[in-house]
Design a protein around this ligand. Sequence first.
Ligand SMILES: [Fe+2]
Length: 100
Amino acid sequence: MWDCLDRHPLAAIAAWNVSETSATGSLEPTFLAGEQHGFDEVVRVHRKIEVDEKFHVGLGRQVLARYAATDDDRNEILRAMRGMHSIASEMFTPSKKAPS
Ligand SMILES: [Fe+2]
């Protein structure tokens, strides 16, 4: 994401937005696991975080929609989103190898 800042400010926002979106996707499994194991306080706190995260994701989309004006802007945004998607996908995909 920091490398994106050197390329284009909207690229950094795009990378951050994909990261936020990916992190938000981890909340539902947290709720399920917390409820299953009786971590009511963890679930309660994360439900509050969920509201904030929806706002963060929406804010990123609004900034990109407002300030992306040229094809170069849009190409930089897509490039950054694809790069962060690749990172997030690798991070949130369980390894096929058993831990040693
Ligand atoms: Fe956030």
